[in-house]
Design a protein around this ligand. Sequence first.
Ligand code: RB5
Length: 144
Amino acid sequence: MKIGLAGDHAAFEYKGKLIKYLAKQGIETVDFGAYSEESCDYADFAHPLAEALEKGEIDLGIAICGTGNGMAITLNKHQGVRAGLAWGTEIARLVKAHNNANVLVMPARFISYRMALSCVKTWLATSFEGGRHERRIAKIPIQK
Ligand code: RB5
């Protein structure tokens, strides 16, 4: 299991702490940046994470910015990505169980680190329920 993490300046602290937490669990991580708290643009880190996911270089992603919306909007431009925003553990559970989100997105400026960690733990521990949700997520990509 390899997890990619990406965040802008607003997410630098949480991303670093999550990388340390995941390493302690024996989970391999790839840090797509940002690498400091200097002001930067979330899309510069979201696209490389999404591309790595689409190529199968990572299995899952965690993306964080101030509101989570910049990351989610950018990541979901990629066909192979289902990025879901969570700010509480029940939403973190449902975004995997119902939407099979392969990227968990969180808003660093609106939740504590403790809550972010709880969301990550819940999302990782939850399995996709399949069934009717399989049919629903199959309709997400633009049908040509
Ligand atoms: C950065 O100030 C902020 O715009 C960004 O972290 C995010 O909230 C954008 O969606």
